[in-house]
Design a protein around this ligand. Structure first.
Ligand code: ADP
Ligand code: MG
Length: 449
C-alpha cells in the first residue's frame, strides 16, 4: 500500500463510500475532502475548515476506517487535517452544515461557510501600510456595532481588504456562535437580488439581508452606476443600521471618488469610519511572503525571499500564485530554489518596472492632450487654457519622475515654489472634479505602458 499514492488510495475508498452514503451526505461532507498524504499506514485527508474536521471526526471517521480497511484489505488509520487545498463545493457553495444534533435543536452553531479559512487575523501581517485598518477591524470584531459603524476599508487590489474583512467574520463567529454573519461580494448581492425578482420573492431577499447581525459586503464599487441595486442596498443598510447591526464594506478607492454611486449612499458610508490600506513596504512584504511560505511548508532562502519581495510590490495576491509555482517546481524537479530559477519561473508574475518618462516627454504629451504647442509649457503666457495644462504637466513630472522640484521648475522656466503651488492646485482639483481626474489619469496611464 505504501507504494500507492494518497490520491489513488482515497479514490478507492471514495468509490466505496459513494455506494454507501446518501447523495446529499456525499456532496455535503465527502466531496470536499482532498487526499493529502499517505505514510506509515496513515492516510491524511484535507478538509476546508475546523467545522468539517469536527463533524467528520465525530460522525464519519469510524465508518470511513471500516470501509478503508475492507477496500484495501488491511487496516489503515485516517486523519483529517484542515487544508487550504480542500475547497468548499461551488455554488451551493456553502453547504449548510447539517444540525449537529437531533432536529429539535436546529439552531446548532454554524460556521460562516463563505469565509476563506486562511483569512484570519492570525494570518494577517500588520505593517505601517495597514495598521490602522487592522486596528479598526480588530475593534469592530471585538464589539460589533459598537466601535465603528459602518466600517469601510478601501485601497487597491490585493492589499488585504477581503482578508481583513473576513477576519472580522471569523473572530465574531469564534466569540459568538449564534451571531448571524453574512459575507458576500456586492456582485453576489446584486445577483441574488435579481434572482429574487425573477422568482417573485424580493420579500424573502429583504428579510434575509435585514435579519443579519454582521454584514460584510465586499467591493461596493461594483454597485456604481446600478441605481436599482443601490436603492435596495440603501434600505438594507438603513434597516441594519437602525437595528444596531454591524456593517463592514470594502471599496477599491475612497467612496467619494466612486462615480455613479448615489450621494445618499456615499453620505451613509461616511457615517462610520473609513480606513485606507496602502501598498506594503518592503519589510511587510517580506513578512507576508514568509508567512505564506510557512503556510505552504516552503523553506525559501533569504535571497529568494528578498528577490520576490522586491518584485511583487502591490498586489499581494500574486504572492500566492508565485509560491504555488515554486512549490510545484520543487516537487517536480527536487532541486533547490535559487534566484535565477525564481526569476525564470515568475517572469510573467512580476510587476513590470516601467521606465520613468523624461520631463520633455511629459510636457509634449500634456501639450498634445490639451491641443497646445510644446512651447506653451515653457512660455510666460498665463491664460487659464495654458496655465492649467502647464500645472498638470508639473504635477505629473513631480509624481512620475525622480527630478527635484527645482529641476522641474527649471524645465518650465519657473522656480520650485511655482511647482509646489501647481501640484497643490492640481491635487485639490483632482479631489473635487471627476472629469479632470479622468483626464489626468488617462495621461498618466500613457506612461505606464
Ligand atoms: P483585496 O481584497 O484587497 O484585493 P485580498 O484581501 O484578497 O486583497 O488579499 C490578497 C492576498 O494577499 C490574500 O491571499 C491575502 O491573504 C494576502 N494579503 C494581503 N495583505 C496581507 C497581509 N498584510 N498579511 C497577510 N496576507 C496578506
Ligand atoms: Mg477583495
Amino acid at each position: 500500500m505504501e507504494n500507492q499514492n494518497a490520491e489513488s488510495v482515497w479514490a478507492q475508498i471514495h468509490g466505496r463510500l459513494q455506494k454507501i452514503l446518501a447523495d446529499d451526505v456525499q456532496t455535503r461532507w465527502i466531496s470536499v475532502i482532498k487526499p493529502l498524504n499517505i505514510n506509515d499506514g496513515k492516510l491524511q485527508l484535507g478538509v476546508p475548515n475546523d467545522f468539517y474536521l469536527l463533524w467528520l471526526n465525530e460522525n464519519y471517521l469510524p465508518l470511513m476506517q471500516r470501509v478503508a480497511a475492507e477496500t484495501l484489505a488491511q487496516p489503515i488509520a485516517i486523519e483529517f487535517l484542515v487544508s487550504s487545498t480542500a475547497a468548499l463545493p461551488q455554488e451551493t457553495a456553502s453547504p449548510e452544515p447539517a444540525p449537529a444534533e437531533p432536529p429539535k435543536k436546529r439552531s446548532a452553531p454554524r460556521p460562516v461557510p463563505a469565509l476563506n479559512a486562511d483569512f484570519t487575523f492570525e494570518n494577517f501581517v500588520v505593517g505601517p501600510s495597514n495598521s490602522l485598518a487592522h486596528a479598526a477591524c480588530a475593534a469592530v470584531a471585538q464589539r460589533p456595532a459598537h466601535a465603528y459603524n459602518p466600517l469601510l476599508i478601501y485601497g487597491g487590489s490585493g492589499l488585504g481588504k477581503t482578508h481583513l474583512m473576513q477576519a472580522i467574520g471569523h473572530q465574531v463567529f469564534d466569540s459568538s456562535k449564534t451571531a448571524r454573519i453574512c459575507y458576500l461580494s456586492a456582485e453576489a448581492f446584486l445577483n441574488e437580488y435579481i434572482e429574487s425578482l425573477k422568482n417573485n420573492c424580493p420579500t424573502d431577499f429583504r428579510r434575509r439581508y435585514r435579519s443579519i447581525d454582521v454584514l460584510l459586503l465586499d467591493d461596493v464599487h461594483f454597485l456604481a452606476g446600478k441605481p436599482g441595486i443601490q436603492e435596495e442596498f440603501f434600505h438594507t443598510f438603513n434597516a441594519l443600521f437602525d437595528s444596531r447591526k454591524q456593517i463592514v464594506l470594502t471599496c477599491d478607492r475612497p467612496v467619494a471618488e466612486v462615480q455613479g454611486l448615489e450621494p445618499r449612499l456615499v453620505s451613509r458610508f461616511a457615517w462610520g469610519l473609513g480606513v485606507e490600506i496602502l501598498p506594503p513596504d518592503l519589510e511587510t512584504r517580506i513578512a507576508i511572503l514568509r508567512k505564506k511560505a510557512a503556510h505552504h511548508n516552503l523553506q525559501l532562502p533569504q535571497d529568494v525571499v528578498l528577490f520576490i519581495a522586491e518584485k511583487i510590490r502591490t498586489d499581494m495576491r500574486k504572492i500566492e500564485g508565485a509560491l504555488t509555482r515554486i512549490a510545484l517546481y520543487i516537487s517536480l524537479s527536487q532541486q533547490r530554489i535559487t534566484v535565477p530559477t525564481v526569476e525564470n519561473l515568475l517572469r510573467d508574475t512580476f510587476e513590470k518596472v516601467v521606465p520613468k518618462p523624461s520631463i520633455e516627454t511629459i510636457q509634449r504629451t500634456v501639450a498634445e492632450t490639451f491641443d497646445l504647442r510644446p512651447a506653451d509649457m515653457t512660455s510666460k503666457r498665463r491664460p487659464q487654457s495654458v496655465a492649467l495644462p502647464r500645472q498638470v504637466a508639473m504635477y505629473l513630472c513631480r509624481s512620475l519622475t525622480d527630478h527635484s522640484l527645482s529641476a522641474i521648475g527649471d524645465a518650465f522656466g519657473r522656480n520650485h515654489a511655482t511647482v509646489i503651488h501647481a501640484c497643490r492646485l492640481v491635487e485639490e482639483r483632482l479631489q473635487r472634479d471627476p472629469g479632470f481626474r479622468e483626464t489626468v489619469e488617462s495621461i498618466r496611464s500613457r506612461f505606464s505602458t
